[in-house]
Design a protein around this ligand. Structure first.
Ligand code: SF4
Length: 344
């Protein structure tokens, strides 16, 4: 039995033709799977009974299922999903009702291999990559929750949950294609942001393959010495190499570029750090998001105090950097940045 959701529309057409079925049915099946999120061929009511039975005898449609949902006092919702093999992953819905902005943060791997020191996911073992279907399912299922709770569809997706998206490149790219396809979710790639810890060669590849998606670099330190301490990936992808890849992305790509910067007390919160960060921003159209740190219970880091954050941000602004300070969302349910670890 083949997982039908691993097939592209073209592959599905070919298989149907080879088996004496009409090729145009492929589009209908594709729409049932990706637009309507059905899990049974029986539900594909515009197909003949024979075709539904034929599909049933050859293919499966494995889907993820909701395990738990936790609701934060600030409106954020964290949903835990169970995969067909029992693994658990998490997604987070972050509503900003006044702006009609409903952002979904999706996971791309079960666990993560990159071990960033401030991140709860990085302390889990990396089990496996998610399939394109398992990534898109998070959108399909949370979209229903968003409609029920906020009477609004999801407007933006950030690939910023569990895992490093650029280490599951092929599946992430396929999920982008499905989400942006008119036969899928028909969302503009401009509403999608890939967040990476910084893998230079894959950033360049993304610029070639999907130039319209936005890119967020989890920078978190503006010199190699500090970045090596908190993000081991920096040892093989240092700032010089990364900046070169980002220049490539910004000349080739049409999406927005953001530097994410978690403020850690006494580590990266000084005015010298701000000067180094401003220097890295030179020559790019880039926005800096300063993110409040969310402790993960290991006592290693503290959040920077609020005055320091404000001084840091206004120093950057004086230097001509576009900067936003993001207060933490969903911290009371462990749904904030860096906190996803399948905890109850
Ligand atoms: S911050 Fe991202 S890349 Fe780093 S360990 Fe956490 S999930 Fe992995």
């Amino acid at each position: 039995m083949t997982n039908i959701r691993l097939l592209s529309l073209e592959e599905l057409k070919t298989i149907l033709k080879e088996n004496g079925q009409q090729a145009f049915r492929a589009k209908q099946i594709y729409q049932w799977i990706w637009q309507h999120g059905v899990g049974q061929f029986e539900e594909m009511t515009n197909l003949s009974k024979d075709l539904r039975q034929w599909l049933h005898s050859r293919f499966t449609i494995p889907q993820i299922t909701q395990d738990t949902a936790q609701y934060s006092s600030d409106g954020t919702i964290k949903i835990r999903f169970k995969l067909h093999d029992g693994h658990l992953i998490e997604s987070v819905l972050i509503p900003v009702e006044k702006d009609e902005r409903y952002t979904l943060c999706v996971s791309t791997q079960v666990g993560c291999s990159l071990s960033c020191a401030f991140c709860a996911t990085g302390k889990m073992d990396m089990k496996r990559n998610l399939t394109p279907g398992e990534i898109v399912d998070q959108l399909t299922l949370v979209n229903k929750i968003c409609q029920e709770k906020y009477n609004h569809p999801i407007t933006n997706i950030v690939y910023m949950g569990m895992g490093e998206p650029l280490l599951n490149y092929k599946n992430v790219l396929q999920s982008i294609n499905i989400i942006s396809s008119e036969n899928g979710h028909n969302m503009s790639p401009r509403r999608l942001t890939i967040s990476t810890a910084g893998i230079a060669k894959m950033i360049k590849r993304l610029a070639d393959d999907s130039p319209r998606v936005n890119l967020a670099l989890s920078l978190h330190a503006a010199d190699d010495f500090k970045r090596n301490q908190i993000m081991p990936i920096n040892e093989k992808n240092n700032l010089e190499v990364l900046m070169e890849a980002l220049h490539y992305y910004s000349t080739k790509g049409k999406g927005h570029l953001t530097f994410e910067y978690i403020m850690l007390r006494h580590l990266n919160d000084s005015i010298e750090d701000a000067n180094r960060l401003a220097a890295l921003c030179r020559g790019f159209r880039v926005k800096v998001n300063i993110i409040e740190y969310n402790p993960i219970g290991d006592g290693l880091f503290d959040k920077a105090n609020i005055e320091k954050v404000d001084q840091f941000a206004s120093h950057l602004t004086k230097k001509g950097v576009l900067v936003t300070v993001r207060r933490s969302r969903g911290g009371d349910i462990d749904a904030a940045c860096g906190q996803l670890a399948n905890k109850d």
